[in-house]
Design a protein around this ligand. Structure first.
Ligand SMILES: [Zn+2]
Length: 172
């Protein structure tokens, strides 16, 4: 019966998940490494500078026998989220909400901002943290219609941001 098969599959996958931990410890050799959450200060390079990040809830893998700590799959996501917060950079959720409010898809926005669609996609997935300069550019783009027009309208090409260019155009 399909329902029973589903149930068995579910059980199997749960067993698979449980099998992952504990892992054998690379330090003491005991099979005592479990997921844990720790408080840690981490130095992270971003945009050519090094930042000290105090992370209160870093997910890690920790040996219950000797205390050896190693990064887990989700450690880096947490570090990146703290980095964004400390630097006051737009979050993926904020970028997504702005695109939705302006009814722009990712490709249109990437072209207007002058980045590869893959770059914007990685900002949105959280895997890549935008530079301060790109954060400023995005904020201006989202906040100001003139900026959006300047980047997106064909007749503004080469004129936007050039003092006097608009005036000359009107005088012609
Ligand atoms: Zn150990």
């Amino acid at each position: 019966m399909p329902k029973d098969i589903m149930t068995i599959r579910q059980d199997n996958s749960d067993r698979e998940r449980r099998k992952k931990y504990p892992i054998r410890c690379i330090e003491c050799g005991r099979k005592e490494v479990f997921p844990a959450v720790i408080r840690q200060t981490i130095q992270r390079n971003h945009d050519g500078r090094i930042y000290d990040l105090v992370i209160d809830d870093l997910p890690v893998a920790k040996c219950r026998n000797c205390g050896e700590v190693s990064y887990a799959l989700d450690s880096d996501d947490r570090i990146i989220a703290v980095l964004r917060k400390q630097l006051c950079l737009l979050t993926p959720e904020q970028i997504r909400a702005n695109l939705a409010a302006l009814k722009l898809n990712q490709k249109e926005a990437a072209v207007a901002l002058g980045v590869a669609p893959e770059t914007l996609s990685r900002w949105l997935s959280g895997g890549l943290v935008q530079s301060r300069a790109m954060d400023n550019l995005m904020r201006a783009f989202f906040a100001l219609e003139d900026v959006r027009n300047g980047f997106m309208r064909a007749d503004m090409r080469g004129r936007f941001g050039v003092i006097g260019a608009g005036k000359r155009r009107r005088a012609v």
